[in-house]
Design a binder for this molecule. Structure first.
Ligand code: ZN
Length: 339
C-alpha cells in the first residue's frame, strides 16, 4: 500500500513543548560528534530523517528522565560513552507512562541516542524499563500516534527498536567510523516493536536489513573479551563491551562433550558431523542459513575450537533452529577474561 504523505493526520496529536538546553555548547558538541564519528561536516547540526528509533529510558519517572537529557554535556557517571564524545544523550520526544508526549527539541536537530545512525534517526524515549516499570498501554498508543504523524511528515524508511540497531552495521545508513564503539541494548524489546510495526502496515516501511537476507538459521557477532570483567557501578568499562573480531565459526550437529577431545579449554577433535563453517566479516558479524535442527556452534581459535556454554546434559554450545526463525547469537571469546 502507498502512504498518503500529503494528507494531514486524522486527529491533532497533543504534544507539549518542554525544551532541554540546546545552546552553543550542544551545537558545537553535535558538530564535533558528526565529524568524528560520521565524517560529516555540515554547517548546522541537522539530520535527514530516514528512521525512527524507539527507546525506554531505564529511569522510572518523567522528571528524572527529562533531567537525564537536559544538560548539553554527559554527566561524569557515563564514562564509557563519554570516551566517544562529551555530548549528552537526547531525543526529540519523551513519552510519560500515562501516554503524554513531550517535545524536548526539534525533530531535525542532531540528537545522540543510537550509535551509527544519529544522523538520520528521530528518537522517541518512553519512561520505563524492562523490569519493574514495563511500558504501558497508554505509551503504546501514544507511540503509534506519534510515529504515524512523523511518517506523514518525513520520508522515513525504517521504524526500529533500539535493541535492533546493530542490524544496520554495514548498511548504507550506518556511518560510525569506530568499529568497536558499540553498546548492547535491550530496549524496548521485540514484543513492543512487533506490535508497533503491525499498526504501520499502511506505510511504505522497509524490513530490517538482517531480517530479509535469510529466513532461517543463525546470525550474530563474535566478540573478544579479556581482563577483569567484574561488575561495576555506572556504565561498564570498555573491556566489558568486548571487541568485535573476525573469526571462523564451526557448526556441528548437536555434540556432547563425550564426543569431543577437550584439551586445556579447547576442543581439538569433534567426533560429530560438521554441518557448516562460515567466516565472519571484519566486524565479527555472521549470517548462516541452516535447516531446522539442533547444533553446536563453536569459534575457531589457534589452540582449537572454543565454546563456553553448555547445557545441563553436557552438550557443547547448543543452538536449536526452528522453522522460519533466525537465532541471534553473541559468541563471546572470554578465555583471557576473569570474572
Ligand atoms: Zn535506548
Amino acid at each position: 500500500m502507498v502512504a498518503c504523505k500529503t494528507s494531514p493526520p486524522s486527529t491533532t496529536l497533543a504534544v507539549k513543548s518542554w525544551p532541554i538546553v540546546f545552546d552553543e555548547d550542544r551545537t558545537q558538541l553535535s558538530l564535533d560528534y558528526m565529524q568524528e564519528h560520521y565524517g560529516m561536516t555540515p554547517e548546522a547540526p541537522t539530520i535527514d530523517p530516514k528512521m525512527i528509533v524507539v527507546h525506554w529510558t531505564a529511569i522510572p519517572t518523567l522528571q528524572a528522565s527529562y533531567e537525564a537529557f537536559y544538560e548539553s554535556r554527559l554527566p561524569a557517571s557515563r564514562a564509557t560513552i563519554g570516551k566517544a564524545s562529551p555530548l549528552n544523550v537526547s531525543v526529540p520526544y519523551l513519552i510519560d507512562r500515562d501516554g503524554a508526549i513531550y517535545q524536548l527539541m526539534p525533530d531535525t536537530l542532531f540528537a545522540r541516542h543510537v550509535i551509527g545512525l544519529n544522523h538520520c534517526a528521530i528518537g522517541i524515549e518512553n519512561v520505563g524499563d524492562g523490569g519493574e516499570h514495563p511500558l504501558t498501554e497508554a505509551q503504546f498508543v501514544a507511540n503509534v500516534q506519534l510515529i504515524k504523524q512523523l511518517l506523514t511528515k518525513y520520508n522515513i524508511q525504517y521504524v526500529i527498536g533500539h535493541h535492533e540497531y546493530q542490524q544496520f552495521i554495514g548498511h548504507p545508513l550506518w556511518k560510525e567510523k569506530d568499529a568497536n564503539y558499540l553498546t548492547k541494548k535491550s530496549d524496548p524489546g521485540d514484543a513492543f516493536m512487533q506490535r508497533i510495526r503491525s499498526e504501520l502496515s499502511d506505510f511504505n516501511l522497509l524490513p530490517l536489513p538482517a531480517e530479509d537476507s535469510i529466513r532461517q538459521g543463525i546470525s550474530g557477532q563474535v566478540r573478544w573479551y579479556e581482563g577483569n570483567l567484574m561488575p561495576t557501578v555506572g556504565d561498564a568499562p570498555a573491556q566489558q563491551q568486548g571487541e568485535a573480531v573476525q573469526r571462523r565459526i564451526h557448526v556441528h550437529e548437536l555434540t556432547h562433550r563425550d564426543q569431543a577431545t577437550e584439551e586445556s579449554g579447547f576442543f581439538s577433535k569433534m567426533h560429530s558431523r560438521q554441518v557448516a563453517t562460515v567466516y565472519t566479516d571484519s566486524l565479527g558479524l555472521f549470517l548462516l542459513s541452516l535447516p531446522v535442527g539442533k547444533y553446536s556452534v563453536l569459534v575457531e581459535e589457534e589452540n582449537g575450537l572454543f565454546a563456553n556454554r553448555f547445557d545441563g546434559e553436557g552438550h557443547i554450545a547448543p543452538v536449536e533452529v526452528e522453522a522460519d526463525e533466525v537465532i541471534r547469537l553473541e559468541l563471546k571469546i572470554d578465555y583471557r577474561a576473569t570474572y
